[in-house]
Design a protein around this ligand. Structure first.
Ligand SMILES: [Zn+2]
Length: 391
């Protein structure tokens, strides 16, 4: 049986080639956003396929699914190597597409020319997630023929745009992706120099919400006060999502006990790009809690006035989102495609009838979906095990 020392020696030996192959992948600008040339995404899929063939995977294909509207998903790479009879199959996941490079002025070196500064390799995808691909490829190289399991590798090409064809892809290639356990190489290091396993991640649900207000503008000198504008209403709605401690105040989302890991607050602040904000009291967002509790993120709020009107727009989407708050201050958001029965559209908005004592009464706020405004993230667990006692 191969010893840990022997594996460490082989890993050390393999590292130079793993790194140079990573650099070659980073040089392919595989931005999956439709505004960019998708030939590069195809090229990176082919490059990943070649690496997997070279690593001894006998069956390697670049696959995509067609959508009913004729559109196609981004190319994914699926590879398989059978194990001994009756052995379980391990699926290794990563993605080969990357985010757009953004403003060139924000880079100190070419985003698609990997550059070492200090002990870090900089370049778009050098970490997320071409390093994940090379972690899998490196493991296959090091373990060679000694694997006692079947291995399937799935490297998708559209993770950074929300995997729009993920579901049809899984349906189309269900048999080829069947596995007993999945290893995802697409998350951060717990800490430099400390080996760790991420055992679960927060899931994500998002929705678009548009506040419905008046059909036309009214004079604020006459109607201002009792009639609130859309931005104010949205601000009030967003404010109900958290309590005064900064905890999410939406009932029904799962939380877990604090993780048994050592993550000092100053380290957390440093990792969060020098975060010093004090808007949230520390206990609610203390580092161990941030992966164990649900979170609401509000992204891309925008005001879109109707053409020729000063009043913010009404919505056209058929989806209603109804938000309620109970006496204890908990709020819940539910969606309905038929609208809020018995709730007149604009009288249901908070404080549109009266400006006093609304906050102590149960109430319903009605908004309609339409523009991206809310992103709901529901939590599970984060780091455990290996990182715990390693200091
Ligand atoms: Zn990623």
């Amino acid at each position: 049986m191969t010893t840990v020392d022997e594996l460490a020696r082989r890993t050390h030996e393999a590292f130079g080639r793993v790194r140079s192959d990573l650099e070659d992948l980073v040089r392919i600008p595989s931005v999956s956003s439709p505004a960019f040339d998708q030939a590069h995404v195809r090229a990176s899929a082919e490059a990943v396929a070649a690496l997997l063939r070279d690593a001894g995977m006998p069956q390697v294909d670049v696959l995509e699914v067609e959508l009913p509207d004729g559109g196609k998903g981004r190319p994914a790479v699926v590879a398989h190597r059978p194990g001994p009879d009756g052995a379980p199959t391990v699926l290794l996941y990563a993605h080969h597409d990357v985010q757009p490079p953004g403003d060139p002025a924000g880079w100190t070196s070419d985003p698609f020319e990997p550059t070492q500064r200090g002990e870090r390799l900089y370049g778009r995808g050098a970490a997320d997630d071409k390093a994940g691909i090379m972690a899998h490829v490196g493991a296959l190289r090091v373990l060679g023929d000694e694997l006692a399991v079947g291995v399937t590798v799935f490297v998708e090409g559209e993770e950074e745009i929300g995997s729009p064809t993920f579901t049809p892809f899984l349906q189309a290639y269900r048999d080829r992706l069947e596995a007993d356990v999945i290893v995802v190489a697409d998350s951060s290091n717990w800490k430099v120099g400390v080996p760790a396993l991420t055992t679960s991640l927060r899931g994500l649900v998002d929705c678009e919400v548009e506040v419905r207000v008046l059909g036309h503008a009214v004079h604020s000198g006459m109607f201002g006060g009792p009639v609130l504008d859309a931005v104010t209403l949205m601000s009030r709605l967003v404010a109900t999502l958290h309590d005064d401690n900064g905890d999410v105040a939406v009932a029904g989302l799962a939380s877990r006990d604090e993780a048994d890991v050592d993550y000092p607050e100053d380290q957390f602040r440093s990792d969060a790009a020098g975060w010093t904000a004090t808007a949230s009291p520390a206990p609610a967002r203390s580092p161990p809690a941030c992966g164990r509790k649900p979170a609401f993120s509000v992204i891309r709020p925008r005001r879109r006035p109707r053409r020729g009107r000063r009043a913010p727009a009404t919505a056209t989407s058929p989806l209603f989102v109804v938000q309620r708050r109970d006496q204890a201050g908990h709020s819940a958001v539910t969606a309905s495609s038929t609208g809020p029965p018995n709730i007149p559209e604009w009288t249901a908005c908070p404080s549109t009838r009266t400006s006093t004592s609304q906050s102590t009464r149960p109430r319903s706020d009605v908004v309609r979906a339409g523009t991206p405004t809310f992103q709901l993230l529901e939590s599970a667990t984060t780091m455990t095990s290996a990182s715990r006692r390693s200091r």
